[in-house]
Design a binder for this molecule. Structure first.
Ligand code: FA5
Length: 343
């Protein structure tokens, strides 16, 4: 082999290195160049047969050729490794600006209202409590001054889970039993609201559903008066509905409060002028309230001579429907996407 043969073998080796199009084929090319039979290796072995001068000259050229090939291999290896890394990064790339598309959901209108109501009362210094939806007759009625066979039990069409005898298990008809649970579990002073789902054997119509939501309020402290109740409901009304909406109390009857009242707010549709939604009265009914009855304090072991308090409870669903201009409560629960996505 002479110098031209070495140059040719070297450029062929470099060409085969450059032709490798991935790391695997480069490894195969390297293996072939390392084989005994590869031209540059064979040339090295044949050096011994040459004259010293020729051996020196060809040896130097051979070393240069091998170094060229080795450099070509390293260059190609780093090119191919960079390309493989770029390919992997591209395959795993996350486009963080990409929009997921489709429709985003939102909390149900009643859930939104419940959260907002809680926020308003928490802002007024109240805590939030919850109780079970499956209750005993004692919590739902008896402790609330509704002994067995009390005629006022008829105010709530009850869904019983067993025989229906007093002392049995039922689905709570209002959130008022949570008042009893809160008072049984803690000492006054109490400033609490208790939102939750309630159940009644009511036939569904535009203003009734058999499952609905109420929020109960309970304050127990020394020296609480009816004026505190009126002031609290007025402060709540203006905070929640805005400064142009006010509250009023009308005498009513609930066995667990004395005196009792219904509480109304200025009609949010006509601002008090009278319209179809408020039946021309200018007022919308929200719920019931009153001063906690001494018999209720006695049922939880509070001394009615020492403690005074007020309670209120109102329907969240009707209020939500009114606030959103929905004239049929059933719309809130049929889950028609065309209806829900308006809000
Ligand atoms: C009560 O349930 C009493 N527990 C409220 C109360 C609490 C009074 C504390 C005094 C002290 P009433 O049965 O009126 O009261 O129900 C209260 C509100 O629940 C009603 O004003 C109405 O907004 C709502 N409501 C009643 N029945 C239904 C129904 N079937 N569907 C939707 N909302 C209803």
């Amino acid at each position: 082999m002479n110098a031209e043969d070495v140059d040719r073998a070297a450029s062929e080796a470099v060409a085969s290195v450059r032709a490798a199009d991935d790391l695997e084929s480069l490894a195969a090319v390297e293996a072939a160049l390392g084989a005994k039979s590869a031209p540059l290796n064979a040339a090295k072995r044949s050096l011994g047969a040459l004259e010293p001068d020729q051996r020196k000259e060809l040896g130097r050229r051979l070393n240069e050729a091998r170094a060229e090939v080795a450099t070509a291999v390293e260059t190609r290896r780093s090119e191919l490794a960079a390309a493989a890394r770029a390919e992997l990064l591209e395959a795993e790339r996350l486009d963080l600006t990409e929009s997921p598309g489709g429709r985003a959901g939102h909390l149900h209108l009643v859930t939104q209202a419940r959260d907002e109501l809680e926020d308003v009362f928490v802002g007024m210094g109240f805590t939030v409590a919850e109780g079970p939806e499956v209750e005993t007759d004692w919590y739902n009625f008896e402790a609330l001054n509704l002994p067995p066979a009390h005629p006022a039990r008829g105010m709530w069409d009850t869904l019983y889970l067993d025989s229906g005898e007093p002392g049995t298990v039922l689905l709570r008809t209002h959130t008022s039993p949570v008042q009893i649970r809160v008072m049984s579990e803690s000492e006054p002073p109490i400033y609490s609201v208790m939102p939750g789902r309630v159940y009644r054997r009511d036939t569904a119509d535009a203003s009734h559903t058999p499952v609905f939501h109420q929020i109960e309020g309970l304050v127990v402290d020394r020296g609480i008066s009816f004026a505190d109740l009126a002031g609290t409901l007025e402060a709540f009304t203006t905070t929640y509905f805005g400064r142009s909406i006010h509250s009023r109390l009308r005498p009513s009857y609930f066995p667990f409060t004395e005196p009792s009242a219904e509480f109304d707010i200025t009609c949010v549709f006509c601002g008090g002028d009278g319209c179809r939604s408020c039946g021309g009265t200018g007022w919308l009914e929200l719920g019931g309230c009153g001063m906690v009855h001494p018999n209720v304090f006695a049922a939880v072991g509070y001394d009615p001579e020492e403690w005074t308090g007020f309670a209120f409870g109102f329907g969240i669903d009707r209020m939500t429907a009114q606030r959103n201009g929905v004239d049929d409560l059933r719309e809130l629960f049929t889950n028609d996407i065309r209806f829900l996505e308006q809000f």
